[in-house]
Design a protein around this ligand. Structure first.
Ligand code: C6P
Length: 412
């Protein structure tokens, strides 16, 4: 994807859109550097959800009354916005889920589980988030299939040679993260899909960390499944999306039963609704879908290429500034990276780092980032992670650096 020049991006005006950023923490201005865990929401998203609840709320797809029709239009309108944004062919391919985790579990249980047999293999990589490991482990345990794990190198890059070698006649599915949450590495997903499809192997992409940073065009990528969460892309929690190719989704059985997903029910036989409803049992997260639709409008207004340009500048600035700190090691130095910097600081446990910088108003995440195999690979129990988004500034990085100096002072 082409970046636009960072100078084109009016970050001061963008920051005005995010009320949560304008507060003091322990008496210091908040510096929010934890967007990879969950991003903040712009007013446009908060307002869309508020307006929906104040004026349009009713259950969807169920009533002929006006409010139910309005709610249905708002909910289905959000689905159409998402379809257009990621360039899916039809709204039948856009399944609302609770988030990335639920989307991956849906594919593991409804696509993989009925197909996998002993001797079959699912291929993932070592840098996956637990949400793109455990569902496959479970499906493999349930079926007798084997989970294969492609290695990474010391820079935190996927070893493509080894990855390709691990693909065999036994590989039934590849599940790969678009961007690593623990390292920031951007994986060559288009190359992986092309290589896999030459061998007729379907590919699921975990896009949780990609949607806030990069253009995602599922038709251009050609992937079979793409999973993401609303809350990492400035939308609400409790909503996410599974994109799936219609032919695959059509052939999959529903994974949860209940209202919404049926055509006809009798005690003898139940028939299922058409896509996408087949996979949306029960009353959905309507306001959250509306909020996610508003997020898409917001991202389209700013332009993802301009956002990426701004973040590219922040990443370079942060990498340079943090590297100057004595005893600080950046974990994950891939050539192609999103605006995530994981690091360790000599003689400081990441949790102590997180607590001390919080007292300086700086929010970062510390821990294993739900990527324990990555921590094991680099031989660390945990890292500190600063993750930047469209509303961060170079001043935020300076504040982090100053807070880390405080850590050194306190712990020395
Ligand atoms: N990563 C982080 O701090 P959910 O929780 O379903 O919205 O997303 C799960 C998930 C899946 N894949 C990747 C690559 C992710 O980064 C995440 C969530 C957060 O890094 C919370 S652990």
């Amino acid at each position: 994807m082409k970046h636009r020049d960072a100078a084109d991006f009016d970050v001061a005006s963008v920051r005005q859109d995010f009320p949560a950023l304008h507060q003091r923490i322990h008496g210091k201005p908040l510096v929010y550097l934890d967007s990879a865990a969950s991003a903040q929401r712009p007013v446009a998203v908060l307002d869309a959800m508020d307006t929906y609840y104040r004026h349009d709320h009713a259950n969807v797809h169920r009533g002929v009354h006006t409010l139910s029709q309005r709610a249905t239009q708002a909910y289905e309108g959000a689905r159409e916005k998402i379809r257009r944004y990621i360039n899916a062919r039809t709204t039948a391919e856009i399944i609302f889920t609770r988030g990335t985790t639920e989307a991956i579990n849906l594919v593991a249980q409804s696509y993989a589980r009925p197909r996998l047999q002993p001797g079959d293999e699912v291929l993932i990589s070592l840098m996956e988030h637990h949400s793109n490991i455990v569902p496959w482990q479970m499906a493999c345990e349930q079926t007798g299939a084997t989970l294969r794990v492609a290695p990474i190198d010391q820079h935190g890059q996927l070893r493509m040679d080894a990855f390709k070698q691990l693909i065999s006649d036994h590989t039934r599915l590849i599940a790969i993260g678009h961007i690593s949450n623990a390292l920031g590495t951007i994986n060559p997903v288009a190359e992986i899909v092309a290589f896999a499809h030459e061998r007729e192997i379907p590919v699921l992409i975990d896009g949780a960390q990609a949607m806030p940073h990069t253009r995602v065009d599922v038709s251009a990528l050609g992937c079979d499944f793409y999973a993401f969460s609303g809350h990492k892309m400035f939308g609400p929690t409790g909503i996410g999306v599974l994109y799936g190719r219609e032919a695959l989704l059509d052939a999959m059985p529903p994974w949860q039963g209940g209202g919404e997903m049926i055509l006809e029910v009798s005690f003898e036989k139940t028939t299922y609704a058409a896509l996408p409803n087949k996979f949306e049992a029960g009353t959905p997260a309507i306001a959250e879908a509306v909020g996610l639709g508003a997020t898409i409008d917001y991202l389209e207004k700013l332009g993802i290429e301009a956002i990426a340009g701004h973040e590219h500048d922040l990443l370079a600035y942060a990498t340079q500034a943090l590297s100057q700190i004595d005893g600080l090691e950046i974990v994950g130095q891939a050539e192609s990276k999103a605006s995530v910097v994981s690091f360790t600081l000599a003689n400081a446990h990441p949790h102590d780092i997180g607590t001390i910088v919080d007292h300086e108003g700086v929010a970062i995440r510390t821990g294993h980032h739900c990527a324990m195999p990555v921590m094991n690979f680099f031989g660390v129990p945990a890292t500190a992670r600063a993750s930047m988004a469209l509303y961060n500034t170079r001043d935020d990085i300076d504040a982090l650096v100053a807070a880390l100096m405080k850590v050194r002072q306190v712990l020395s």
